[in-house]
Ligand binder design. Sequence first.
Ligand code: TXA
Ligand code: MG
Length: 327
Amino acid sequence: MSVLLPADDPGAIAEAARILRQGGLVAFPTETVYGLGANAQDATAVANIFAAKARPTFDPLIVHLADRSWLDRVVRSTPEAASILAARFWPGPLTLVLPKLPVVPDLVTAGLDTVGVRVPDHPAARALIEAAGTPIAAPSANLFGHVSPTTAAHVVEQLGDRVDAVLDGGPCRVGVESTILSLASGHPVVLRPGGVTREALAEVLGEAVGLARDQARDDKPLLAPGLFERHYATRTPLRLLSGRATDAGGLCRVGLLAYAGAPAAGFAAVEVLAPDGKPATAAANLFAALRRLDDCGLDLLLAEPCSEDGLGLAIMDRLRRCAAGAV
Ligand code: TXA
Ligand code: MG
């Protein structure tokens, strides 16, 4: 069993940093979801991340930095657009895919010559990376293919006996993962929608921002390895509705993931993602609500859709992938 450490205790941060420096695994809070961290320059430690998550090694990891000034420790060159975005959105839920330096092991990047980097917007995460003194590779701290963790309890549930320590910083503020942006083709393309909206990126860059999902249709190479159609899977099959739920059907025990407002009656369990109608609230509640419904032992979960602008794009992306895992 791993040690659970309070994220606001400087002594705990020092202990967790020591574990990282010695090649161990530490789960830590970020503003998006909990990460499963290891020293990004230690290929053996990184290999242990893949083993702990049962994650295929062709799925690259994001490297976390304490500060924007750390970029040139891991990145060969920084295009102007990347500097502008880093200055505007870091610390924050934006991952930039940039040309990597040889110090980043191939295992981290799944053999790609690019590396995904971000500075997390969580004081404990940055204090930990600073104290470890090295960039930290960290995927979300869940078993491969499962729902991402937004509390320390979620981490302990799936990975408790596979990590050396878990820093408990309470629930994550944003609740969906970072937006992953590639600048490799010269034009900005969102590989994974997340905590920074496509609209905000376009406004700061002053140009349109593409979406890999749309471009994948016209026979282009896969831009985002590891973005599997089936992901964020619940054990209970989930179906994404095309509009608001009207009734449970009455044939089996059905749970409802409602978006906002008064949900329909007749469901065995109901979670309302955004009682205040705000997408940010829905994002922050999404993964914990999915887990609670999944723990009810029902036959089927129905999820109401939301509009795909702003954070809604990331929420619908996760719901679609969860539904694709259902049989
Ligand atoms: O918010 C987040 O991004 C969280 C927290 C912990 O920072 N991390 C996270 O990591 O969601 P993970 O491993 O669950 O997702 C990382 C994804 C990979 O599946 C891959 O699609 C993309 O990032 N990625 C990483 N490096 C890449 C690269 N060099 N080129 C293209 N995509 C990359
Ligand atoms: Mg993940």
